[in-house]
Design a protein around this ligand. Structure first.
Ligand code: COI
Length: 355
């Protein structure tokens, strides 16, 4: 009913009241695109504000060959998830944080951005319109990808004259092909992900393709992904292609500080809070690769990867193995995080937003 009301309010496409799920093999979801029914689109011109969005049927979009996003990569994105609980209620996890991060990224990339309320409202509409694609409890989530793109034409390097905010969604489950098995990472020394003064600290679309080459090489050697080092000294750990990294040593939890080259992950931030609430000391600081090699546990966090334990790291031919499994600290953090999302643990911080 809430869905119907929201959709009606914005003259959205009709949506049936029945809660029948889409015809999917829910037991075999991975992290590949499953096209859903609707996408949200909102446009604006340079120096104007986004005004009114609409839900369209999911499908291809038309772009000028000269658009800023195609020619100069003027674009950012956000990822978040909608979950279905056992009682049938639907929730988003901290969508305000994605809205804030998109604003910061837009500022860095010289783009206008939707307001926090517009962003959250648009995400809710998209999730509700695609309700039948939100997996049953325990089978995954609806991954909601929002894009902010410079879609106006520019030949010389300049900000676009027009912008498009677009949201689409796909049901997903585990990000890595390993499923929930521990990851095997390779420390990359030839390529860096981000440099001082660059855009590594925002979710610019241009941060991701440059990771493909090192990732492909690592995968061809049997690794799950690569861990990047800082570009100045090639000494301090930064992040994995698609997620943040944490290490645990003698019960202390450490993660690289967000100094402009590290993406300020929302799962990262939430895990830090959960860990502190559980009584752990968490340090955000520079971590030399040698300290990583001496850690007891290592894990990655991200919206897509959630919290994935790392079973081994290989650096300069040395492979180190880490504690994983039921009694690890990372499992405790993961079960608390998941407990808050599923409603089994009280959400004292108001992180879960019902839709
Ligand atoms: C996410 O975790 O939402 C991301 O944006 C990472 C992406 C490479 C899947």
């Amino acid at each position: 009913q809430a869905a119907a009301a929201l959709l009606k309010e914005t003259k959205s496409p009709a949506h049936s009241d029945d809660e029948d799920l889409a015809p999917m093999d829910w037991d075999n979801l991975g992290f590949g695109l499953v096209p859903t029914d609707y996408m949200y689109v909102m446009n604006c011109s340079k120096d104007e504000h986004f005004v009114r969005g609409r839900l369209n049927h999911y499908g291809n979009i038309e772009l000028s060959p000269c658009s800023a996003v195609l020619n100069y990569g003027q674009g950012i994105f956000e990822g978040m998830k909608a979950l279905r609980r056992e009682d049938g209620r639907l929730f988003l996890f901290r969508p305000d944080q994605n809205a804030i991060r998109m604003k910061m990224g837009a500022e860095r990339m010289c783009m206008p951005s939707p307001s926090i309320d517009q962003f959250i409202d648009a995400v809710k509409h998209t999730a509700l319109a695609n309700n039948r694609w939100i997996p049953p409890p325990g089978k995954g989530s609806l991954y909601i990808r929002s894009l902010l793109l410079g879609t106006g034409p520019v030949l010389g390097l300049a900000p676009a004259s027009e912008y498009t905010f677009l949201i689409y969604a796909s049901p997903v489950c585990n990000y890595f092909k390993e499923g929930t098995a521990p990851l095997n990472l390779y420390v990359e020394e030839e390529y860096n992900r981000a440099s001082r003064g660059g855009a590594g600290g925002v979710k610019a679309i241009t941060n991701y393709s440059p990771c493909l080459k090192a990732q492909a090489r690592a995968k061809s050697r049997g690794f799950s992904d690569v861990l990047y080092l800082d570009s100045v000294d090639n000494k301090y750990i930064e992040e994995v292609s698609s997620c943040n990294i944490f290490i645990i040593k003698d019960g202390r939890i450490l993660t690289p500080a967000t100094n402009g080259t590290i993406l300020p992950g929302i799962t990262r931030k939430s895990i830090i809070e959960i860990a502190r609430d559980l009584g752990y000391t968490v340090e955000e600081r520079s971590i030399p690769v040698e300290e990583l090699m001496e850690a007891d546990e290592v894990f990655c966090t991200g919206t897509a990867v959630v919290l994935s334990s790392v079973g081994s790291i290989t650096y300069r031919g040395n492979r180190v193995e880490y504690k994983t499994g039921t009694h690890s600290v990372s499992k405790k953090l993961l079960s608390t995080f998941m407990g808050i999302q599923t409603g089994h643990i009280e959400d004292k911080k108001g992180w879960m937003v019902e839709i």
